[in-house]
Design a protein around this ligand. Sequence first.
Ligand code: ATP
Ligand code: MG
Length: 384
Amino acid sequence: MKKVIIVRYCEIHLKGKNRSYFQNLLIKNIKRSLKNIKYNLNILNARYLIEDFDDSDYKTITQKLEKICGIHSYSPAFWVKSNIEDIKNCCLEIIKNKSGEFKVETNRADKTFPLNSMELSREIGGEILASNPKLTVNVINPETTIKIDIREGGQTLIFTDTVKCLSGMPSGSAGRGMLMISGGIDSPVAGFMLAKRGMKLDAVHFFSYPYTSELAKEKVINLATQVAEYSGGINLYMVKFTKIQEEIHEKCPEELMITMMRRFMMRIAERLAKKSGGQAIITGESLGQVASQTIESITSSNSVVTLPVLRPLIAMDKLEIIEVSQKIGTYETSILPYEDCCTVFLPKYPAIKPKMEVILKAESKLDVEKLIEDALNETEILSI
Ligand code: ATP
Ligand code: MG
């Protein structure tokens, strides 16, 4: 009797020729995630078995599995020889400390096994009842279901619990995107949502040293590190934005500060994306959340780039976004009270519906190309 972990993936996407592509990518991602742990990976059709690991690593392994996009669920299980005696002993061991209602469910892939599914379930159910007076049978809605899966090749999997994971698509199966990451709640969630759909991420952060502190920068690195656990690594571009902000502040109408900043951020994000093979820009915008996220403001920032801008949170309420950030573990970092570059030079009354001709006129006062070039030249890259 050997302890294993059954890992299941989302089969729904795996049709025809794509199947082995997705499977290989997922296997690669599992291996990368478990790289410092001793185990063996056994590929069973439509699922994987993690075997030969130390008991003390079980928690670490399952925590990692829960962060791998494309995994549907896992079950801690036992792997026994396919004979009635071994199956029975294993089931009795699993259920010995349980009470309440139970049932036994058998799946028989190996048709040479001497009993059929119903017969084996009945046989094992009877043994369990006889061994443990605290248990009764309920085949409709039991507290415990013992699942017996008789595989081809003489081995059987036995388990009771299934833990749901992220689902989604394996990282790397859906292109590459440049996440615009601030220190806030929303952008890490936006990155996570696209990572979950299989997009590889790079990230860009704009900071305004000395107006924003070293701690604010560290907070963003921290957030990017957390998002990277789902996306399998991130190159984080740190762009010094101070000069651009000072120029805008000095030369453009105050109420357009944020509008103008956004346009610069988008342009720089796009240049960095194109240089690193990125196919999209990702933001944490949510319609109407603040002045810079009205459809007019979005139109203004969108119009300076040609790459698609993905906004996975656009129709989500703040509370829904917070719920996801708590689930993925970024919330506590996001609410730390460090300043963001957007809070520097914040106008009292930002333009809510900026007009394009006004924006263009203000922008004509700036040497846009030179400002972008200078910012790009000073950009630092951190590999996370
Ligand atoms: P967040 O919680 O992600 O900070 P927010 O609600 O504070 O979002 P804004 O400040 O308007 O909203 O930012 C909208 C989006 O613009 C962010 O989700 C992020 O994608 C991008 N963004 C904002 N500030 C920065 C920054 N300093 N560096 C990189 N991207 C940024
Ligand atoms: Mg913000």
